[in-house]
Design a protein around this ligand. Structure first.
Ligand code: ATP
Ligand code: MG
Length: 546
């Protein structure tokens, strides 16, 4: 066991183990399979699996599958893929639906103890009689039904005798409670819908507040960790367990959700982005889903490191996106091979280059000799980045200018002698002279150009589609209401690039394209005939984590 007391939850767990309040650590991660996981879920996953790992415990992956209308096997599978990718192994998986029969029995028990009743008010009347934060609610006219009547009605609800919405089972607590959640909350509703696991076995489904605490107790969860919005539900969590015959009562402990700047954090909202075609799918590289981030090229280790850095507290607030990108760069900097790609090609013709071409060698990673070398060709026709040439350069411009010189990385020094333009004024080609004695590694020219730029050989470079992403939302805090208006209309730019052939042939999926960023081969669309890359993150980084 490695004790790591970096937050209040780990302190609490250590104390509970010392005092004997817990005799072992069991946590759970309880997603509803109604969408793919997002970076907010990663915080909960790293916490639940993290503490279990540190304190020799285990973590159940438990699907909270109590709403058949929104859930599916696709999401069940996607969630497992994402947790495994993040690097965690679960106990189970278990499903709330595994416990439907037990849950039903506990509901009957509440009825028999006169702690629950069948209410036949329409949903809107239940809402209207709930009261407000300042005013108490009013009792349902069905609150005084006899135990026998309630049992009979509840059994007939289960048997399928009633239509959706005609009856619900409610806890009998206190319509005047200061806590609105305690005002006779609904425990079961009728829903004639096929469930992705139980099919048509059930037409009544338990509510989250009734289900969650019982599943925690049945699984022997030692610490039920959830986000702060459930703090006001804790009295109900405790009430349910206190009013049924169950011999174990886990403590619920709340921590703050992760909010990230420039994005929403909700499966429901992401689902509408997918359905309405604002993105290409749940794994669109612009999506803050784990599937999207994986396809974008974010390493799982960078996401774990991000979760470690944000920590676990009770204070809300939005985390800067730059911290996540910092973690991504930090990991890729150490691991990703380097190569050259030109995103916006400008042709350069070397007027004094004789012969066909020559071979040059360059390290895959200058700090990591183990990664070895790749071969590239050099010839009289090259491409450089259009932005690496300026006819009227700003002050301190260090790249190529008319009459100026620049070094081609791993190659030679070139001097620009002529700018060839099309009729519309667009620069078509640069005619340059190269300095034969300036070859990298054996330079005897004595010249000292100020800049070094990347390039590719036009004769061997491979055309590639490169997808460049901007933020999905323009608004630092896109509200749930107007989040479609907050979408950035230019969040995807496609570049018609030329890349070194070695990049395409390499087994590596993530690469640094020198000077332009970290890129990944697109997991869906990349083929060696038609290479497609996603930019994971640009190189520039002025961000310093606090
Ligand atoms: P969504 O609204 O995106 O569906 P949810 O909270 O309803 O989110 P669940 O599938 O019920 O999603 O969540 C599973 C677990 O992940 C819960 O314990 C929940 O508290 C946690 N979780 C969800 N979003 C966040 C977040 N932004 N930060 C931390 N934990 C989160
Ligand atoms: Mg939910």
């Amino acid at each position: 066991m490695t004790e790591d007391l970096r937050d209040f939850i780990r302190h609490r767990i250590r104390d509970d183990l010392r005092t004997g309040a817990s005799d072992g650590i069991v946590t759970r991660f309880p997603p509803e399979p109604n969408g793919y996981l997002h970076i907010g879920h990663a915080k909960s996953i790293c916490l639940n699996f993290g503490v279990a790992g540190e304190f020799d415990g285990r973590t159940y992956l438990r699907y909270d599958d109590t709403n058949p209308l929104r859930e599916s096997q696709e999401y069940v599978d996607g969630i497992q893929r994402d947790i495994a990718w993040l690097g965690f192994a679960w106990a189970g998986p278990t499903f709330a639906s595994d416990y439907f029969e037990r849950l039903y029995e506990f509901a009957e028990e509440l009825i028999k103890r006169d702690r629950a009743f069948v209410c036949s008010l329409p949903a809107e009347d239940i809402r209207a009689t709930r009261g407000t934060l300042t005013e108490p609610g009013t009792d349902s006219p069905y609150r005084d039904r006899t135990v026998d009547d309630n049992l009979d009605l509840f059994r007939r609800m289960r048997a399928g005798e009633f239509a959706d919405g005609t009856h619900v089972l409610r806890a009998k607590i206190d319509m005047a409670s200061a806590n609105v959640n305690m005002r006779d909350p609904v425990l079961y509703r009728i829903r004639h819908a096929s469930h992705h696991r139980t099919g048509d076995d059930w037409c009544i489904y338990p509510m989250y507040d009734f289900t969650h605490c019982i599943c925690d107790a049945l699984e022997g969860v030692s610490h039920s960790l959830c986000t702060l919005e459930f703090e006001d539900h804790r009295p109900l969590y405790d009430w349910v367990l206190d009013n049924i015959a169950i011999n174990y009562h886990p403590p619920q402990i709340e921590f703050s959700r992760l909010n990230l700047e420039y994005t929403v954090m909700s499966k429901r909202l992401f689902s509408s982005l997918v359905d309405d075609g604002h993105v290409t799918g749940w794994d669109d590289p612009r999506m803050p889903t784990l599937a999207g981030m994986r396809r974008r090229g974010y390493p799982a280790g960078a996401i774990r490191e991000f979760c470690r850095r944000i920590g676990v507290t009770k204070s809300d607030g939005a985390v800067e996106y730059a911290l996540l990108e910092f973690c991504v760069r930090q990991e890729l900097e150490a691991t990703a091979p380097r190569a050259m790609a030109v995103l916006d090609p400008l042709r350069v013709v070397l007027t004094n280059y004789e012969g066909d071409s020559e071979s040059l060698s360059a390290p895959w990673h200058p700090q990591q000799p183990d990664q070895g070398h790749r071969e590239m060709t050099f010839s009289s026709t090259l491409y450089i980045e259009r932005d690496d040439f300026r006819e009227s350069p700003p002050r301190k411009y260090r790249r190529l200018t008319p009459g100026g010189m620049v070094r081609l990385r791993y190659g030679y020094i070139i001097v620009c002698e002529e700018v060839v333009k099309a009729a519309d004024g667009e620069i078509e080609e640069l005619r340059c002279r190269y300095v034969p004695e300036s070859k990298s590694g054996s330079d005897t020219s004595g010249l000292k150009p100020k800049g070094v730029i990347h390039w590719v050989d036009a004769n061997t470079a491979v055309p590639a589609e490169v997808r460049l992403f901007e933020r999905l939302f323009n608004d630092p805090n896109p509200g749930a209401g107007n989040f479609v208006e907050a979408l950035n209309p230019t969040s995807l730019l496609i570049a018609d690039a030329r890349v070194e052939p070695a990049i395409v042939a390499s087994e590596a999926t993530s690469m640094q394209f020198e000077r332009t960023g970290y890129f990944v081969k697109d997991a869906r669309d990349f083929t060696s005939d038609r290479p497609v890359f996603n930019r994971t993150v640009a190189l520039r980084d002025s961000y310093k984590p606090g």
